[in-house]
Write a protein that binds this ligand. Structure first.
Ligand code: SAM
Length: 339
């Protein structure tokens, strides 16, 4: 069973004391912005625990000191591809036993690996690049650990998702991660259709051989005016990104054959909010009320749903309520500002 290496103790110490070397372990003495003393790197916590470790998405300088220390110290490392992780470890002069854990064997070996952790082993999980479980293997392992009451510690670090979000210049207060777009155009367009009325920013991953087709589908479904960001080869030598309208990004990507190579994140700005700043449901209600003046509730609800993308069922319920009101009240309400 492993114990902390001197390296790890240094890393833990530098985390705690990074901004104030006199602070020591006493939380009372910690400056406000210093990280709290980290139980996850204390010697006693290392055994019998699973560490989910983020690794670089291109630039090896992005492996955190703590990630390196944990990888140097654990009994075993479960890796998506042992050769890829082997290269990473040797770059940092590390040698630890590796076991392959990928989408084809994960369900089968997760229980075995966690049984060893329950018996006292320490285990790290890494993927080929970035944060495990973000479009990468590891879910079965973490679930098994949680089910067996095994402590699971995050060793956070690079992720293409977060890297792209942080530089895209699109609203990031609320965003949705939608994984990879489907490879076939019909399914891909159907997925993009789901984002037509999505007010939050949407992030998707895309591979090099599909990026051009995906951008073309995006323009076809969401329109050329939607603002998007295409980020390519983040943290790597040929990193580049553009935030512009979808039509402009499509033209930019097609203009240079190099821009079909490498790894891509696509950030799609949310559906534009109506100019009166009203959320979609309020606009749908307005449309519904106009239609209700001329049409029966079911037809008005169906048309309002088709026009605005709001739920037909919800609009029908509103329509039934509204039709029960005297006409004067409907008109008065129409003139009041929606809430
Ligand atoms: N777990 C990883 C993470 O946290 O970002 C993602 C793994 S997923 C299998 C690989 C996809 O992530 C690539 O196809 C690409 O869409 C995106 N990606 C990974 N590295 C990237 C990079 N350096 N620049 C842009 N996108 C990247």
């Amino acid at each position: 069973m492993s114990r902390l290496t001197p390296d790890l103790q240094v890393a833990a110490g530098s985390l705690v004391n990074g901004t104030d070397s006199s602070a020591g372990d006493d939380p009372q003495k910690m400056p406000h912005d210093a990280p709290a003393a980290d139980h996850a790197v204390s010697p006693s916590a290392l055994s019998g625990a699973l560490y989910v470790v983020a690794t670089p998405i291109g630039n090896l300088g992005d492996l955190s000191p703590r990630a390196r220390a944990v990888l140097a110290s654990v009994d075993r490392i479960a890796a998506e591809d042992t050769r890829t992780t082997g290269v990473l470890l040797s770059h940092f002069g590390l040698r630890r036993p590796l076991v392959a854990l990928h989408e084809h064997n994960e369900d089968r070996i997760a229980e075995q690996l966690i049984a060893a952790v329950v018996a006292g082993e320490s285990l790290a999980l890494v993927s080929d690049a970035g944060t495990p479980l973000v479009s990468d293997p590891g879910y079965a392992l973490v679930r098994a650990a949680r089910e067996r009451g095994v402590p699971v510690h995050a060793v956070p670090g690079p992720s293409a998702l977060i890297a792209a979000i942080s530089i895209c210049g699109l609203p990031t207060d609320r965003f949705v991660f939608a994984g990879f777009l489907p490879p076939k155009s019909t399914a891909r367009r159907a997925r993009l259709q789901e984002f037509l009325h999505e007010p939050r920013t949407v992030v998707v991953y895309e591979s090099s051989h599909r990026i051009g087709d995906s951008l073309a589908d995006l323009v076809a479904v969401l329109g050329g005016d939607r603002r998007i960001c295409l980020a390519r080869e983040l943290t790597k030598r040929f990193e580049e990104s553009l935030t512009a309208t979808a039509a402009e990004v499509l033209a930019w990507q097609a203009a240079d054959a190099h821009r079909s190579l490498g790894e891509f994140v696509l950030v799609i700005g949310g559906a534009p909010v109506a100019s009166d700043d009203a959320p979609g449901q309020v606009n749908a209600e307005r449309v519904l009320r106009l239609l209700l003046a001329e049409l029966a509730p079911s037809r008005a609800a169906r048309l309002a749903a088709a026009i605005t993308g709001a739920s037909r069922k919800a609009l029908y319920e509103i329509a039934l309520r509204e039709s029960a009101l005297p006409q004067s009240e409907i008109e008065n309400d129409d003139n009041s500002s929606p809430t």
